[in-house]
Design a protein around this ligand. Structure first.
Ligand code: C5P
Length: 400
């Protein structure tokens, strides 16, 4: 349904996975989309334009001019015609050219002219995919707002095993359906999100920290941004990047700095999601100089930090929504309920470390969401990006 009537430019490049592009094209047509294939010269070595034009019902575009009559194909018109551009398979070479604007074929010129969202499904050998130049180029494309449909892990055409297999056509379709199915449910809403760990200074070279990677908070920021929100992402020290211009990132280090930033941002926000793993205590008197080792035991006196979620809970207006997280190792539901009430949250997302593949550092998470009306929903283990979608869906329902 979501793809019915959508105009898709399908870019096909010179990879053995080009044979899967025919099936992808077929699926697009079955879904009611209109597809214009643009193929690179190398792509034509792998699949014939006749197959593709028969499936799409349109002549395949490859060159700037049709050889026999000199007709010029306008890459600008094509780029502007598209509701989405899908490059599948995308070779390392095409990815590199897209990242650097090397417009030496029809596909890259179309890409540069297009205002439509661009989805890139890389396909290559595992070492090519892992090479820093490929990774750097993909990072560049992400920073342009393009979507990378990550390749799968498995047997490759080279018979080697690894990451580099183009994502299956069915999954690519699902990815686009998901994109077009988004309801922009948070359009014009302002959301504050805290993410990552905090570092509490002991002396100029040491700190107390925790294992939080920030992945869940960043996934939430992206899910909110994709649904149209303006996000203020207040993050502790993490090794993650943000890819959306509608995410305003504030980097902090300590719980105190996070507290200051959160309190400043909250009054103008419609909602806040407290996803950071904030240190509960910090050294009472951090040393200005590096503490020297002695033969004696060392005592570090800690003082409690301010609870950011509780502080926002106290200042929360009726028109604002506050969401918290709870990471529990025992008596999880009761502890989460108590936290929700104490901090005046609208709902709380419970990760239990009793569940495998949940919590710190993992790319997946398994959560239970408990709402203040007593409603409790258990979700399956899934990638953090999908957990973020579930949370955003519930948050949106609170904000209508
Ligand atoms: O009390 P506990 O730390 O388990 O509560 C977890 C929730 O409270 C999370 O949403 C976390 O981001 C938030 N929190 C906070 N400031 C603190 C401690 C926790 O915002 N100092």
């Amino acid at each position: 349904m979501m793809l019915k009537g959508k105009k898709i430019v399908l870019g096909i490049t010179g990879s053995i996975a080009a044979y899967k592009a025919a099936y992808l094209l077929r699926l697009f047509i079955k879904k009611g989309a209109e597809v214009q294939v643009v193929i690179t010269p190398a792509g034509k070595e792998f699949i014939t334009p006749v197959t593709l034009s028969a499936l799409s019902g349109k002549p395949v575009v490859s060159e700037f001019f049709t050889a026999n009559d000199g007709t010029w194909h306008s890459h600008v018109d094509l780029g502007l015609w598209a509701d989405a551009m899908v490059i599948a398979p995308a070779t390392a070479s095409t990815i590199g050219k897209m990242a650097h604007g090397v417009a030496d074929n029809m596909l890259i010129t179309c890409y540069l002219s297009s205002k439509a969202p661009v989805f890139i499904a890389p396909a290559m050998d595992l070492d090519m995919f892992a090479h820093p130049s490929t990774q750097q180029n993909l990072e560049t494309l992400r920073s342009y707002g393009n979507y990378i449909i990550e390749p799968g892990i498995g047997e490759l055409a080279s018979h080697l095993e690894g990451k580099g297999r183009m994502e299956e056509p069915e999954r690519i379709i699902e990815y686009l359906e998901h994109y077009f199915g988004r309801r922009q449910s948070l359009r014009e809403k302002k959301i504050v999100i805290t993410a990552g760990p905090t570092y509490e200074k002991i002396d100029p070279v040491r700190f107390i920290g925790n294992y939080s990677s920030g992945k869940m908070g960043f996934a939430l920021a992206e899910a909110c941004a994709e649904n149209g929100a303006e996000v203020t992402l207040i993050t502790g020290p993490v090794a993650l990047k943000t890819h959306f211009s509608s995410i305003h990132r504030i980097d902090v280090e300590s719980a105190e700095e996070m507290y200051e930033a959160a309190l400043k941002s909250f009054p103008t926000a419609d909602a806040a999601i407290m996803c950071a793993a904030v240190a509960d205590y910090s050294p009472e008197a951090p040393s200005d100089v590096k503490i020297k080792r002695t033969a004696d035991d060392m005592l570090l006196r800690l003082k409690p930090n301010k609870d950011i979620a509780a502080a926002l809970g106290q200042m929360k207006r009726d028109d604002q929504i506050l969401v918290g997280f709870a990471l529990e190792t025992n008596d999880a539901v009761n502890n989460a309920l108590a936290k929700m009430n104490k901090k005046n949250l609208d709902f709380i997302v419970l990760n239990s470390l009793e569940d495998e593949g949940a919590g710190f550092r993992y790319d997946t998470n398994k959560v239970t969401i408990i709402e203040k009306n007593g409603c409790s929903t258990e979700y399956d283990s899934k990638p953090k990006s999908e957990v973020a979608d579930d949370i955003v869906e519930l948050l949106s329902s609170y904000m209508q």
